[in-house]
Structures are given as C-alpha cells and as structure tokens.
Design a protein around this ligand. Sequence first.
Ligand code: FPP
Length: 244
Amino acid sequence: MSASPGPDGTPAHVAIIMDGNGRWATARGLPRSAGHRQGVEALRRTVRAAAEQGLRVLTLYSFSTENWSRPQAEVRFLLELLRRFIRTDVAELHQANVRVMIIGGRDGLETGLRAMFEEAEALTRGNTGLKLVIAFNYGSRQEIARAVQALAARVAEGLLAPAAITPELISGELDTAGLADPDLLIRTGGEQRISNFLLWQCAYTEFVFLPEYWPEFDGQSLARAIGIFRGRDRRFGGLKAQTA
Ligand code: FPP
C-alpha cells in the first residue's frame, strides 16, 4: 500500500528501530536492564510526541525473532517490561484514543501474553487517533513466509490462480495489512541496517539513521528526523514533476 504524507509533509507512518539501550547503559556503568527500562520511558515520550506531531501510524520494533537468542535473563526482562507496559499503559493509551496493534508471530508465544495482546487490541479497536503498532516476535522474512503459505493454501484449494498473485494481494496477507507503508524509518544507535524489519513495506521508505541511543530519544529527536524527511526528494522510481 502506498505511503501518504500529509499536506505539510508530515509522514503519516513512522517506523522506528529502537536500538542502543544496552550501549547507553554500559556507557554509564549500568546493567543493560537499566537501558531497557529507560528505553520504555523513551517509548512513552515518543508515543506522546507522535500523536502531538500529527502522525497517523507509529510502528516500533520491540522484540525481533532473533532477540530470543539473547541470554535468558535479558529475554525474560524484556518480556516482563512488555507485560508491564501493556498492563499499565494501555488504559491510558485508550483514553488518548490510541489504537494498539501488535504484529509478529503469535504461534508458540505463551498463552498469557497472547491473551494480553488480544485484550489490548480489542479494547482499542474502535479508536480513531494514532495507531501504535508494536512489533513483537517480529521478523519480516518470517512474516512474508506466513503470507506466502496463506496464498499457497488458497492456490492448493483451487481458490486462487498463481498468476492472480499481485503485490497488493501479498501486502494484504502481511501482519500490516490495511496500514499504509512507512514513509520514514528511523534507527537510533548509529547502526545503518534494517535487521529483518518491514522489508516488504519499506520499498520506498526514507531511512534516517541517528547516532543517539534509544533511551536519549524524545519528541525533539522525532521532529529532527521528520525535518530530514521533509528535505528528501521522494520520486517513487519516477521523475520529479517538471515545473517549466
Ligand atoms: C535495542 O537495544 C532494543 C531492544 C532489543 C528492545 C527494545 C525494547 C524496549 C525499548 C523496551 C521494551 C519494549 C516495550 C514495548 C515495553 P539493544 O539491547 O540492542 O542495545 P545495544 O545495541 O546497545 O546492545
């Protein structure tokens, strides 16, 4: 689905790879867990700022399919932070008319966590403000594989001709079905890679890489990234409109 910045050039959909929690903590002689805790504070600030700055969708990479390979204690801590965030923040997000959506694989997740995701989504389903999309147990290649499996099943049943498989049909099978593609992807922490995040959806997304660590991110950082985005010349593979 194509992206649609607002008339003043505000990106409708911003996706963020929230990187650098561990390094932020280590640089201060703190345990990595302290960085993740501050990361949640940055996340809260950013959700508020996103709504204030007029974004329609904010997608946050909170835990990747590859993050399970971290030490068990860190995985457990990150899961607990997410549980706590849903338990304590979703009611407030609901009050603020935010719609919460969770993308990523649900198979194999513990049932308590799945139930929490479903409750948060059900509670906020009717909200018309910012869409907050939390990517958890998310990997883009896995998401694409799930979409291909769903389409292949329809082909096998004789309900779909292989030649009828279009990019739009594939988009419609992804976890992000119905959402506009990100206009802007921000990665904090200085690394310049996409790490299996929204590979299909970022075909024409503008990337902004910031050196600051995620716990340092705030509304001003978001505004700065949006300023860089506004200065970009997006042609979507075509040519700039001729003025003469
Ligand atoms: C990257 O920092 C961050 C993560 C892997 C997790 C992001 C999680 C949060 C911001 C908090 C929990 C989320 C929610 C939704 C409540 P890193 O550990 O890779 O940092 P490093 O690259 O410096 O090691």
